[in-house]
Design a protein around this ligand. Structure first.
Ligand SMILES: [Zn+2]
Length: 431
């Protein structure tokens, strides 16, 4: 008897990123076996048997996008303090609100709202840094998305050790929920806490995520305290290397970049957040020339104000052109920041970021029937510079269909919108 595949996906256009060259092939078939991709190749004369045949005519199929830095529940602070720069925004709005509002219920509603937004925008994996991480992990499990979920060592809301133990025990065997450690920043975590997080990371073999060199204020503050740059300080504390994801990196000097390159420390470029908080423009092209793995993140929605990697790619690419007028920025390099390089940054490059045999079936499709996607001179350029996320109408993660015909499957979205509005009322009462 011939094999029956879980899903047979027929793609008019496929950008698999298999060889990382941004090549788009026509009339391809993806065979999905449970949660993994069995094979990818041209559509044969006779189709193999499948429990479900998914025909994606007039669609561009590509790997599910990977967001390497965010704080999902902060969607509930979207639209607050939008006029402020980073230090005032944190100290006057975010930190006081978090103190009053953050509890498991807030985290649940915020995470559910954020997960809807991620699915709508074709993001199947995120690296998150926030509080009450076990609550978030449970929602990743039930919604079917993939998460590297970092427990904040600085949290006054819950016991980081207990949360980390919980996550490591519960998700030891999970292929979708990966525990991690978060240190907020070198200016909020003292040297002892940074050293402790490096020890925990080593002991438990977990990645660390940390905001680094985000503003000029941070550079001068760390110089005042330790007489060195944030990157050099982190190196002395042991927080550096392939398992340490350095977020923002707006103010890096040549030595910082050499240090990151030598130690294979990946970078998460968050251009929209850096623009909105008036922080600056990260030296991304120089970092790439040095051989640093550059991925992309949205940061929390309160400083962006959305969780959308399509607009992030567009903005991030244009900003680099503005910063480096004589250099070229290729769409394939920008797209790799949300696929292959992002997978590498998270230590998952052998399982996600490409549509390839043996990889997890994280697959999205964009409907090409939109005026802004014609004529089709170059679909990869359209993906980076013209698409906005609203074209995504099919999302699969780990072999499970999460969105079909632009409808999120099995979730009452209006229940979540109503709950978000109720939290808004509570926030209004506190400010
Ligand atoms: Zn952040």
């Amino acid at each position: 008897m011939s094999k029956v595949f879980s899903k047979v996906i027929l793609c008019e256009y496929l950008l698999s990123m298999e060889r990382g060259d941004g090549q788009i092939k026509k009339n391809q078939m993806i065979l999905v076996d449970e949660n993994k991709i069995h094979s990818v190749g041209p559509v044969p004369q006779t189709l193999p048997e499948g429990k479900e045949i998914i025909r994606l005519n007039n669609h561009l199929v590509c790997p599910g996008l990977i967001n390497t830095h965010t704080h999902l529940p902060m969607v509930l602070f979207r639209g607050l303090g939008d006029h402020l720069t980073l230090q005032r925004w944190l100290e006057e709005i975010i930190f006081p609100l978090e103190k009053k509002m953050v509890n498991p219920e807030f985290i649940r509603v915020g995470t559910e709202l954020a997960l809807l937004e991620l699915i709508k925008n074709g993001i199947t994996t995120v690296c998150d840094m926030y509080f009450h991480t076990p609550v978030m992990a449970g929602l990743f499990e039930s919604y079917g998305l993939r998460g590297v979920l970092a427990v904040d060592m600085l949290s006054s809301f819950s016991d980081w050790k207990k949360d980390l133990d919980d996550l490591c025990d519960t998700y030891k065997e999970s292929q979708r929920v990966h525990p991690a450690i978060a240190c907020h920043a070198p200016y909020t975590c003292d040297a002892d806490l940074l050293k402790l997080s490096a020890e925990e990371s080593q002991k438990r073999n977990l990645p660390i995520s940390i905001h680094v060199a985000e503003t000029e204020w941070e550079i001068s503050e760390i110089k005042k305290q330790y007489g060195k740059t944030p990157v050099a300080h982190l190196k002395d504390c042991g927080v550096i290397g392939p398992h340490s994801i350095f977020v923002h990196c707006v103010y890096l000097n040549e030595e910082d970049m050499d240090l990151m390159a030598e130690t294979n420390t990946p970078l998460s470029y968050n251009p929209e957040s850096n623009m909105k908080l008036g922080s600056g423009v990260a030296p991304i092209l120089r970092a790439m020339e040095k051989g640093i793995t550059v991925s992309m993140g949205t940061d929390g929605a309160a400083s962006n104000n959305d969780l959308n990697l399509f607009t992030e790619m567009d903005t991030g690419a244009k900003l680099q052109k503005l910063k480096n007028p004589s250099k070229t920025v290729k769409a394939k390099d920008i797209f790799s920041m949300v696929t292959t390089s992002a997978a590498k940054a998270l230590g998952l490059s052998d399982s996600i970021g490409k549509i390839q045999a043996g990889f997890f079936a994280d697959i999205i499709a964009l409907n090409l029937n939109h005026p802004h996607l014609y004529p089709r001179h170059d679909l990869l350029n359209h993906l980076v510079y013209s698409a906005s996320g609203r074209e995504v109408d099919f999302v699969m993660c780990h072999g499970k269909v999460l969105m079909k015909d632009a409808e999120i499957q099995g979730v009452d979205v209006f229940r979540i919108y109503a709950e978000a509005e109720m939290i808004k009322e509570k926030i209004k009462e506190t400010v």
